[in-house]
Every structure is written in structure tokens, then in C-alpha cells.
Design a protein around this ligand. Structure first.
Ligand code: GUN
Length: 290
């Protein structure tokens, strides 16, 4: 039976550290501030944004909550980003994804000043990450790495298999895992992979970021593997108060029978993502002061 990784406890430590760093800045009159832009009314996005703002407030930091209708044009959003780029009281800018179809995500991400790119999505941040230069790391992949480290899960020489090749999770995670200090060997599976279960069965570290509820069943997990579930899927559940319930990409209970470590959903990676964002916002504020 696997050790269930307590994302809540690990994230709490990171948030506490971020709050302490924020306190030092606040004492100097600098209130770390994140502008959060949400376009439209995607229920999951609304919930994420609210959580991020709550975390900031708890750490004594500020947020600019900017919610705009889905009819917002790309030009309007670009103008807003320019204003925030130029605002010295704003240290980080987060545009919640996905955006409505008529807005090009790349164009928007590239408009954010890399110094304020706390999501780590700007091509300059991505490039810095790939070549190991200092810069903002994307929150979910960074959170996964920190979780592995905090749990002392061996990564050097380990075979890590990632399901999913998104720009937000799969691709950056593959890059972080092959860094010399992590030293894993990485396989990335995606929708074009022929027999992905043949790969997952070889994984010492299995990271599911495919966005498909309970895609990973116990037979796909190697005995003793560390299983990290990045999936957050809403599935209908008439017995739940909200009418739905969150499940990961992993069929948790049977997989936990075979794994050595496993992350729960909720209570796992999602909390780490939020904590790493706090860290990036403090860092952006610290850098602005230097
Ligand atoms: N949508 C899903 N995950 C993320 C994230 O980490 N940042 C932003 N901006 N949007 C997201």
C-alpha cells in the first residue's frame, strides 16, 4: 500500500516560507501584488482564480482581481496587459487559461513582461528553464519536482514516464526532470503514442497529466512506482453537494495498492501549483526591489 503524499502539508510549508519573504518586503513598504485576469465564466477557472487570490491574501499579499466578459477582444486584453506591465505596483501578471477561442493564447502570453511572468509561460521563461538559467518556473511542473524532493523519492537514474505533452505541464516537466540535479530519464507519452501502457508499466515515476478521468488503471502501474496525478477532472456525482466530484487521471484506490507513493486528487498537485505561484509572486516582488 502506497504512502499518500500530503500535498496540503508540503504546500503549507512553501506558502509559509513565501509569507515570511513577503513580510520582509511589506516591512519595507512593498506589497507583493499579482494581477489575475479571468476572461469569461468557466466554472473551473473561476474556482482556481478565487483560490489563488485567497492564498495571496492569507500570505499578506495583494491581488488585482480583473474579471472580464467572454466578449473581451484580444486588442482590449493586450491594452490591459500593457497597462499592468507598466504599473510598478503590480509584480506579477496571471492570465487564467484557457482563453476564449477568439483570443490567441500565444499572443497574450508573449505580451506579458517576462519580469512579471509568474506563470513561467513566456517563451523567454521557457527558454531559460530549458537551458537551466534563472527565471520563473511554471507552477505545476515545479510543484511536482518539489513534491518528489520533499518526499525523498529517488529521481537520479529513475525512469519517469509522463502522460501528456501540454505546454503547461508535460513539456516543462520533461525538461525539469532531465536537469542534472534531478537526473531522471524521461519518456513523454501523448495521443500519438502507440501502446502507452507498455511505457507506464516501466515507470519508476509515473506522472499523469492527460486530463482524462481515471485513465491510469492499476495494471498500468509498476509495483513500487511513485505515482503523481496532475489530473483534475470534474465527474458527475448526484450524491455530491455540487453535483460533481473531482477525480484525477489515476484510478486512485487500486493504483495505491501497487504504488510506493501516490498523490490524491484533490489534496495533491493542485495545492502545490498554488503554493509555487505564491513563491513566484514573492520572487517577482523581490526582483523589482533589487
Ligand atoms: N490554467 C490551468 N492551469 C493554469 C496555470 O497554471 N496558469 C494559468 N494562467 N492558467 C491555467
Amino acid at each position: 500500500m502506497a504512502i499518500i503524499i500530503d500535498g496540503k502539508a508540503i504546500a503549507q510549508d512553501i506558502r509559509k516560507e513565501a509569507a515570511e519573504r513577503a513580510r520582509i518586503l511589506i516591512d519595507k513598504g512593498i506589497i507583493p501584488c499579482l494581477a489575475v485576469i479571468l476572461i469569461g465564466e468557466n466554472p473551473a477557472s473561476m474556482s482556481y482564480v478565487t483560490s489563488k487570490e485567497k492564498d495571496l491574501a492569507e500570505a499578506g499579499m495583494a491581488s488585482r482581481d480583473i474579471r472580464l466578459p467572454s466578449s473581451t477582444t484580444e486588442a482590449e486584453l493586450l491594452t490591459l496587459i500593457k497597462t499592468l506591465n507598466d504599473d510598478p505596483l503590480v509584480h506579477g501578471i496571471l492570465v487564467q487559461l484557457p482563453l476564449p477561442k477568439h483570443i490567441n493564447e500565444d499572443t497574450i502570453i508573449m505580451a506579458i513582461d517576462p519580469k512579471k511572468d509568474v506563470d513561467g509561460f513566456h517563451p523567454l521563461s521557457v527558454g531559460n528553464m530549458v537551458i537551466g538559467r534563472k527565471g520563473f518556473l511554471p507552477c505545476t511542473p515545479h510543484g511536482v519536482i518539489v513534491m518528489l524532493q520533499k518526499m525523498n523519492i529517488p529521481t537520479s537514474g529513475a525512469h519517469a514516464v509522463i502522460l501528456g505533452r501540454s505546454n503547461i505541464v508535460g513539456k516543462p516537466l520533461a525538461n525539469l526532470l532531465i536537469r542534472r540535479d534531478i537526473n531522471a530519464t524521461v519518456t513523454v507519452c501523448h495521443t500519438g503514442t502507440r501502446d502507452f501502457a507498455a511505457h507506464t508499466r516501466e515507470a519508476d515515476i509515473l506522472i499523469a497529466a492527460a486530463g482524462s478521468p481515471r485513465l491510469v488503471t492499476a495494471d498500468m502501474v509498476k509495483e513500487g512506482a511513485a505515482v503523481i496525478d496532475v489530473g483534475v477532472n470534474r465527474v458527475e456525482d448526484a450524491s455530491a453537494k455540487k453535483g460533481y466530484r473531482l477525480v484525477g487521471d489515476v484510478d486512485f484506490a487500486p493504483a495505491a495498492e501497487k504504488a510506493s507513493f501516490i498523490t490524491p486528487v484533490p489534496g495533491g498537485v493542485g495545492l502545490m501549483t498554488r503554493a509555487m505561484l505564491m513563491q513566484n509572486v514573492v520572487e517577482a516582488a523581490e526582483e523589482s526591489y533589487r
